[in-house]
Design a protein around this ligand. Sequence first.
Ligand SMILES: Cc1cc2nc3c(=O)[nH]c(=O)nc-3n(C[C@H](O)[C@H](O)[C@H](O)COP(=O)(O)OP(=O)(O)OC[C@H]3O[C@@H](n4cnc5c(N)ncnc54)[C@H](O)[C@@H]3O)c2cc1C
Length: 422
Amino acid sequence: MLRLILQEACLLPMADLRFNDSIMSALFLSDKIKSLHPQYQKFLQEEVYPIELHIITHPFRQSLPVLQKLRTKAKEQKLWAPHLSEHDGGPGLTMVEFAQISELLGTSPLGHYIFNCNAPDIGNMELMHQFASAELKEKYLKPLMNGDIRSCFAMTEPAFAGSNPIDMGTTAVREGDHYIINGHKWFTTAADGAAFTIVMALTDPHNASPYLRASMIIVPLDNPGYQLIRNIPIMGDAGEDYMSHGEVKFTNCKVPVTNLIGEEGKGFALAQARLGPGRIHHCMRWIGICERAFDLMCQRAVARKLRDDKVLAHQQMIQFWIAESRAEINAARLMVLHTADAMEKEGAKAVKNEISTIKFFVADVLMKVLDRAIQIHGALGITDDTLLSFWYRHERGARIYDGPDEVHKTSLAKSILKKYIS
Ligand SMILES: Cc1cc2nc3c(=O)[nH]c(=O)nc-3n(C[C@H](O)[C@H](O)[C@H](O)COP(=O)(O)OP(=O)(O)OC[C@H]3O[C@@H](n4cnc5c(N)ncnc54)[C@H](O)[C@@H]3O)c2cc1C
C-alpha cells in the first residue's frame, strides 16, 4: 500500500509534481505565470531534459551547435530572456514572476543558458541597464541581450580575500583618455569564450574611504593586454565556455575611459547593486535543483528493491529524508519569493537582511537535499549516470560565491543584535 501511494506521489512527471504540489508558490501565482510556466515546462521536457545528461558529461564545445538551435527556438517561441522587459525582447516579468521561471529553468543545468539568463551575463545585463552609458549599452548590452556574445565579471583576486571585495591589487591608472589596467584575477566565471569582462579595479587607491577606491570598467577580451591563463578545474572539472572559471591577467591593458560603468570610484556601490538581485536569482535556481534532486530521490526510493519485497521507501530513515527535504524546500521557496516581493516593493537596501538569510539558508538546503539524494542512490549517486554528481561538484561553491555563509550570518546577526544594544 505504502509502495502504491509513494509511486503515485513520486512517479508523476517531475515538473507537474513540483508545480501542482507547491502551496508556497501558489501564494504568488500571477496570470502571466499561469500562462508562461507551462510553456517553459513543455520546452524543458521536450527539448532539454532528454539531452542534458549527455551534454554535461561531454566536452561542452561539441554541444554548442545543438544549444544554439535551442536558443533560436526559445526566441521563436517568445520565451527568450525571461528577466528582460518587453522593450528589450523579454516577457517583462516582476522579480517574483522571474523567480518562479528561474526555479523551473534551474531544474536543468542548461536551463538558464538556453534562455539567456545565466550568471554572470544576467548580472552584467542588469548592471549595464542601470548604470552604463548609451554608447556602452549599444556596443555591449544589446548583443549580450540578443545572445550574440557572452560576458564575464572579474572582481575576485587570488592574492586578496574575496569575501571583502574592497581589498584588491588590480589598478586602473588614467592616462589621457584611457585607463591602463594591471592586475591578476581568478574565478572569472565564463571567461573562456566571453567577448568582454567587467573588471573591478582601483582608480583611487588612496581615497580615505575604502568604499570609494574602485571602479568598474569594461574590457573587450580581444585586448592584447588581457590573458586567459587557464580554466580553473573545479573538483576535477576544468569546464569550458560558459561553464568555465578563468584565471586571468591584465598587463598594461589599455581601454578608453568611456568604458567606465557609472561614476569613477563607485565600483563598490555597483557591486552591491549587482549582487542583491543576483543572490535571489541563484537561490531560485538552487530551489530548481533541489526539486529535481528531490524527484530523483523519490523515484529511486520507490524503485530500489531490498529484501522481502521491500523497497528503499519502506525505510523510516528514507521517509524522514523525503519529509525533511520537502519541508526545507518549501520553506526555502517561500523565503525567497518573500524576499523577491519585498525587494521589488521596497528596494534592495531594505531587504539586505532577507538577502543574507536566503543566501546561506537556501545554499544549506541545496547541500542537504543533494547529499540525501546521492546517499539514497548509493554508488549510482556518485557516478555521472544521473545529474546528481554534476550538481554536487558544481554547486558546492554555492556556500562560497556571492558571499560565503559566514559573512552573511555575521552580517545578519549583527543587524539583529544592534536592536538589543541600548
Ligand atoms: C563557483 C564560483 C564562481 C565564482 N564566480 C566569480 C565571478 O564570476 N567573478 C568573481 O569576481 N568572483 C567569482 N567567484 C569568487 C567568489 O566571489 C569568492 O570566492 C568569494 O567572494 C569568497 O572569496 P575567497 O574565495 O577569496 O575566500 P576568502 O575571502 O579567502 O574566505 C575564505 C573563507 O573564510 C571564511 N571567511 C571569510 N570572511 C569571513 C568573515 N568576515 N567572517 C567569518 N568567516 C569568514 C569563509 O568561510 C570563507 O569561505 C566565484 C567563486 C566560486 C566558488
